[in-house]
Design a protein around this ligand. Structure first.
Ligand code: FES
Length: 122
């Protein structure tokens, strides 16, 4: 999935960057700026910032679950990112909207799967 249309950064790119960033001793806080810089890219319009933050959140959790990154480094990074977003009301509001939309889409997909598994009624 494309996260940033200006730089063509995908969620897979972000995941790969996070593995490398979180594996560093004294890993920096993986903000979108740090992640994009790691990918040798730079935000242009910044329209993707809320989606980039959400993707970073999700990928950090996923990496910890899969055991691909230290769970303590992941928990620390996630906590520090949440704290920085809480202090920015605009970014916090955008994040809430993106999370809500993702929840609606996921709910719709689950319903479609359930309907596909349901035997045909005659
Ligand atoms: S969409 Fe990412 S910088 Fe424009």
């Amino acid at each position: 999935m494309i996260v940033c249309s200006c730089t063509q950064i995908t969620d897979a790119d972000i995941e790969k960057a996070l593995v490398e960033i979180l594996s560093q001793p004294n890993a920096p806080l993986p903000t979108p700026g740090i992640v994009y810089r790691h990918l040798q890219a730079r935000m242009e319009c910044c329209g993707c910032a809320p989606l980039a933050v959400t993707t970073i959140y999700e990928k950090i959790d996923e990496l910890a679950r899969k055991g691909l990154a230290c769970p303590y480094a992941c928990a620390s990074a996630r906590g520090r990112i949440e704290k920085s977003v809480e202090n920015n009301p605009v970014q916090s509001q955008r994040l809430a909207v993106i999370r809500k939309l993702r929840g609606i889409v996921q709910g719709h997909l689950v319903m479609q799967e359930a309907m596909a598994l349901e035997p045909e009624r005659k």
